[in-house]
Structures are given as structure tokens and as C-alpha cells.
Design a protein around this ligand. Structure first.
Ligand code: GLY
Length: 383
């Protein structure tokens, strides 16, 4: 066993110990973040308003169930499976609300329904994941060859917007083709990935967050800084979504251009990773700004480890080293293992221009745990 695997096992023991009581305490919720009191909120309710995507339709709502499935696989404890199944059953109701649903149905239903089907063979779970894939495919703009992000909210017309994050949702489409034999899902995923490769990945390997297309002609209009510092900057979580997303697309298709894209972005990230291993919100934020994003850091580490599986060993070792550096920095300086906070990973940031920084996010805990399991090679993952 490598020394980083021993370290990952030790850290997973701490994750198991904390999640044992956190899961019990929050078993009836679908949490996103913790409040001032350190307690998890609950996104499992919410109105049926067309734009109510902060309630049950909230895009991160698949990560709680996903985290439970990771722990179930590791521990064999049935209670984790029960919490995961309960959260999947709640998420089914989103299809009837519909208006608040978005491109992030891959994040919502693959770690929940998709994983449940993979582990239990539940036909009910498979049907839910197929519904989600069909919804995602329905967001495809055939002229611009992109999957449309978000929904109009009255002030903002985003009919031509696509975002780098959506690369992660493509796994649901690949999954749907693999599980149904219908190639249309994979075809849409490939067309979107080709567009992302052409318009989001810059020659230096960095990736922009948002690209606006004309939804009628498909022409590119502009790129937008989005959750990063500004236009031309490199929002670190967006870089991480690109690494993971292209690596996952490669794993489903074995198309070399996806692997090359994942490597270009990963090499850019490795070159810009601070010596401390602490990841800023944006690699191009002003040097005097000290805001960080532990969530993007965990996604990036998980992406590096995915990529390491598909490249020659010496190159993979570079990505593994970078991932371990990030994960150790998180585990040693940006985690709360105590009972005063329900979340493990601290210092997450939603967006550079968000007034609030250094909060917790359930998907940081998900990707932190996923990355540790990737280091130990212990369990099945769904992307
Ligand atoms: N927009 C997805 C994220 O915040 O990572």
C-alpha cells in the first residue's frame, strides 16, 4: 500500500466517525449548508413556484444521497442505504414541479437514483434516472449544439447560455445510452462536449465559466466570468468541473480529444496550484484577495484522480501527487471533525462576487469523501 493510501484510510476513519452521527441527526433532511449554529439546513421542501430552485429542486440535492451511498458501500450499514433511498423518493417529486428543474439533473439523480440502480437493481430507481436523462436531453439546442443552462427568471434571458459545470451532467446521458441501448443520449452528450471543447477551453488550458450563444443561430456571442472573478479569469471550481467532466466523458467514450482536454486543463491547474495546496476561488483573482474555495479544491482532487487512471503511470503520478497535496491541505487545515458543525469541509465559496465566503457545502463533503475513496480504490462510483 502506498503511504498516501494509508493516510486516506486514516482520514476515511474520521469521515466514518463523523458521518455516523451527522447522518443520524439529519436523516430526514436533504442538506446543503450549515447555519451560524453549525446545523445543516434542509432543502427537501419548497414551494411549487416556477423558479423555486432553492427548495426541493436545488441543484445539489443529489449529493446527500450520494454521500450516503458511498458510506453504505464502505460500511455495509443498511441505515445509509435507507437515508439515500428516502432522499431519492423525495426528489421524484421534482418532476411534477418541473419548472424549477435545470441542467443539473445529472448531479441530482445520478448519485441517487443511478447509484441505487447500480447497487440494488431497483427498477423504480432506474426509471427515475431515465426520466432525468430525458429531461436533460430535452434541454439540448440542436443549432448551437449545447445543453442550455439554467432557466429564465423574469429579469434574465439565459436561453443561449451554457456553462462548464454541465460537463459533469453528461455522465447521466452516457449512463442512459448504456442502460437503454438508445444512442441519442450519448449523441447529445458528445455534441455538447465538442462544443465545450471548442468554446470553453482556452489555448493555455484554462476554462471559462459561461458562454452565451445565440439560441436561434447557434453563433457564439460572448464568454462571461460567471462565478469567477471576471471575463478571462479562471474560476477554480469551473476548472475542476472541466477536468472531471472531460475525464468522465473519456471514460464513457474513449475519445482521445476528451482525454487531451482533461489533461490540458489539469496541467494548467497543477501549474497554478499554490505551494500550500489551498485553492483560491479564482486562479486569476487579485493577489491581495485571500478568498478560497475548498469545494472546488475537492472536486479538482477528484478530477485529478479520475484522470490519473487513463494516462501513463509517470503522468498519473503527477496528478495523484497534486490531488494528495490538495486533500491533505483540506484534511489538515480546512476540516471540522468536532460536533459543533454538521459539515466536514470548511471555507467553501459559491462565487467570487458572492458577498458571503468561507461557508460549507454538502458537495464539498461529497467530493472530499469520493476523492479519498478513489485513493483507496475501494468502492464503485457512478460518474
Ligand atoms: N454552479 C455550480 C457550482 O457552483 O459549482
Amino acid at each position: 500500500m502506498e503511504s498516501y493510501q494509508v493516510w486516506a484510510e486514516e482520514t476515511l476513519a474520521k469521515v466514518r466517525a463523523k458521518m455516523s452521527w451527522v447522518s443520524e441527526k439529519n436523516k430526514d433532511k436533504i442538506p446543503y449548508t450549515t447555519g451560524e449554529d453549525g446545523r445543516y439546513d434542509d432543502r427537501s421542501s419548497g414551494s411549487a413556484d416556477w423558479n423555486a430552485d432553492d427548495g426541493l429542486n436545488w441543484w445539489t440535492n443529489g449529493f446527500w444521497g450520494g454521500l450516503m451511498w458511498l458510506l453504505y458501500q464502505d460500511t455495509g450499514e443498511e441505515r445509509y442505504a435507507e437515508i439515500a433511498k428516502a432522499s431519492r423518493r423525495k426528489l421524484e417529486r421534482c418532476f411534477t414541479i418541473f419548472n424549477g428543474l435545470h441542467h443539473d439533473v445529472g448531479f441530482m439523480y445520478l448519485p441517487t437514483a443511478g447509484m441505487e440502480y447500480a447497487l440494488t437493481g431497483s427498477e423504480e430507481a432506474r426509471t427515475i434516472a431515465m426520466h432525468a436523462a430525458t429531461l436533460l436531453a430535452g434541454r439540448f439546442n440542436p443549432v448551437g449544439r449545447f445543453i442550455r443552462a439554467w432557466n429564465d427568471n423574469g429579469d434574465n434571458d439565459v436561453r443561449g447560455w451554457a456553462i462548464i459545470d454541465c460537463m459533469m451532467n453528461l455522465s447521466l446521458l452516457y449512463w442512459a445510452s448504456e442502460n437503454s441501448g438508445d444512442p441519442r443520449f450519448r449523441q447529445i452528450a458528445d455534441l455538447h462536449a465538442e462544443t465545450a471543447l471548442k468554446h470553453f477551453i482556452r489555448p493555455d488550458g484554462s476554462a471559462c465559466h459561461i458562454v452565451e450563444f445565440d439560441p436561434e443561430t447557434g453563433e457564439m456571442v460572448r464568454s462571461i466570468g460567471g462565478q469567477g472573478y471576471g471575463e478571462g479569469s479562471s474560476w477554480t471550481r469551473g476548472q475542476a468541473w472541466a477536468v472531471c467532466g472531460f475525464a468522465n466523458s473519456y471514460s464513457h467514450t474513449k475519445r482521445q480529444e476528451y482525454l487531451d482536454a482533461a489533461r490540458r486543463v489539469a496541467n494548467y491547474c497543477v501549474a497554478n496550484l499554490p505551494e500550500s495546496g489551498i485553492v483560491p476561488i479564482d486562479f486569476r483573482q487579485p493577489p491581495d484577495v485571500k478568498w478560497e474555495d475548498s469545494c472546488g479544491a475537492c472536486v479538482m482532487a477528484s478530477g485529478f484522480l479520475e484522470l490519473a487512471k487513463y494516462v501513463p503511470e509517470a503522468d498519473g503520478a503527477v496528478y495523484i501527487r497534486a490531488a494528495v497535496k490538495i486533500l491533505r491541505a483540506i484534511a489538515e487545515t480546512r476540516t471540522d471533525w468536532s460536533e459543533s458543525c454538521d459539515a466536514i469541509v470548511q471555507n467553501c465559496s459559491t462565487a467570487y462576487h458572492d458577498p458571503k465566503h468561507h461557508t460549507t457545502m454538502v458537495y464539498a463533503d461529497y467530493f472530499f469523501t469520493e476523492a479519498l475513496y478513489k485513493l483507496t480504490g475501494k468502492i464503485e462510483l457512478i460518474w
